[in-house]
Design a protein around this ligand. Structure first.
Ligand code: NAD
Ligand code: DAO
Ligand code: ZN
Length: 369
């Protein structure tokens, strides 16, 4: 079939809207009509050329929602008409990783997904006879895409596509980091570095967990209002702190954070996030993705004296199990999404979504088809 897609022909160039060819689903695969997709920093990172694993030409996008149109042989967990969210972290429930119960990093299709291919080692997309790579196993910047069955979360059919697409990455990453990775408990003190599309979801995750003090740290004072709406109790702008930021945060939290989260991708901030944690038990979770080749450092004595450093991908969420629940939380009003979607654009204007992101003017732009 033909479908409309925003194609990344080469690094550093705007996406180009094209009619591309899409082959139907093979065994274990599913054809999905994408109704809406968020545009995330990771898409921009790959498009910029800075992502060492970026492949071109490709169809980017990994934060979508849509409807199942057709299923391949052997598919049992979804059927045509089901509403779904594509998962860049699939959940096969059979691999060593899934069965361990210790991680959400299912490895069932990891090798081919990382090469921009479907599990059989081929691509379903092409343009004028030239193969186009899939992206993060999702390629949601296309009106139609094909995914492995294990990479689809079946969701409430009443959930609005243009809102819950954000659960496909940002919401789950932020809220999940608090609930599934850090396991924040009621009454905890939490410090969140970076109040963007991820950090604001960490804030609302901390509120959901019953955290007491929720400190937000951002250089952009314009982020304060939204963060307060999502549950932030104290705002710190590092530019307004005289002296040492770590000392300031330790004093504010009366001894240090029980939990901190780095939601920027800045290795210096990662260090601050660890060191502002409470001696003896503070846990710092890295969410931000640092630039290629960058490294973190601290004095090992920070760890010897009981602080813990960890990271999380997709908030530690097991996609097929947890994503439908998070959509339900949204539908029941337990979490908010609507205010975070600051811009909605048609596919033809998708490049403007990247401009808005780079200007810091948007929290999330959603593209509709
Ligand atoms: P964003 O740009 O929307 O937000 C970043 C925020 O950090 C902005 O508000 C900015 O003002 C603030 N900031 C920048 N430098 C700062 C500094 N030195 N001190 C304090 N604040 C600072 O980004 P986002 O969409 O929220 O993404 C955050 C990070 O999370 C990115 O690195 C992204 O790649 C990563 N991410 C990780 C996962 C995962 O599974 N681990 C998933 C999605 C995104
Ligand atoms: O299993 O080796 C692996 C890789 C899993 C990829 C996890 C993605 C990490 C988060 C990147 C940003 C997502 C938008
Ligand atoms: Zn698995």
């Amino acid at each position: 079939m033909k479908t409309r897609a925003a194609v990344a022909l080469e690094a550093g160039k705007p996406l180009v809207i094209e009619e591309v060819d899409l082959e139907g689903p093979k065994a274990g695969e599913v054809l999905v009509e994408i109704k809406a997709t968020g545009v995330c920093h990771t898409d921009a990172f790959t498009l910029s050329g800075a992502d060492p694993e970026g492949l071109f030409p490709s169809i980017l996008g990994h934060e979508g929602a849509g409807v199942v149109l057709e299923v391949g042989v052997g598919v049992t967990s979804v059927q045509p008409g089901d509403h779904v969210i594509p998962l860049y972290t699939p959940e096969c429930r059979q691999c060593e990783y899934c069965l361990s119960g210790k991680t959400n990093l299912c490895q069932a299709v990891r090798a081919t997904q990382g090469k921009g291919l479907m599990p059989d080692g081929t691509s379903r997309f092409s343009l004028n006879g030239r193969m186009l790579h899939h992206y993060m196993g999702c390629s949601t910047f296309a009106n139609h895409t094909v995914l492995p069955e294990i990479a689809l979360a079946k969701i409430d059919p009443d959930a609005p596509f243009d809102k819950v697409c954000y659960v496909g990455c940002g919401v789950t990453t932020g809220v999940g980091a608090v609930l599934y990775t850090a396991h924040v408990e009621p009454g905890a003190n939490v410090v969140v570095f970076g109040l963007g599309g991820i950090g604001l979801n960490v804030i609302q995750g901390a509120r959901l967990a019953g955290a007491d003090m929720i400190v937000g740290v951002d250089l952009n004072p314009a982020r304060r209002e939204m963060a307060e709406r999502f549950g932030m109790t104290h705002f710190v702008n590092p530019n307004e702190v005289e002296g040492d930021l770590v000392g300031h945060l330790v004093e504010l939290t009366k001894g240090g954070a029980d939990y901190s989260f780095e939601c920027i991708g800045n290795v210096n901030v990662m260090r601050t996030a660890l060191e502002c944690c409470h001696k003896g038990w503070g846990v710092s979770t890295i969410i931000g993705v640092a630039g290629a080749g960058e490294e973190i450092s601290t004095r090992p004595f920070q760890l010897v004296t009981g602080r813990k450093w960890q990271g999380t991908a997709f908030g530690g969420a097991r996609g097929r199990t947890d994503v439908p629940k998070i959509v339900d939380w949204y539908m029941k009003g337990k979490i908010e999404i609507d205010p975070l979607i600051t811009h909605v654009l048609p596919l033809e204007r998708i490049n403007e979504a990247f401009d808005l992101m780079h200007e810091g003017a948007s929290i999330r732009t959603v593209v509709t088809f």
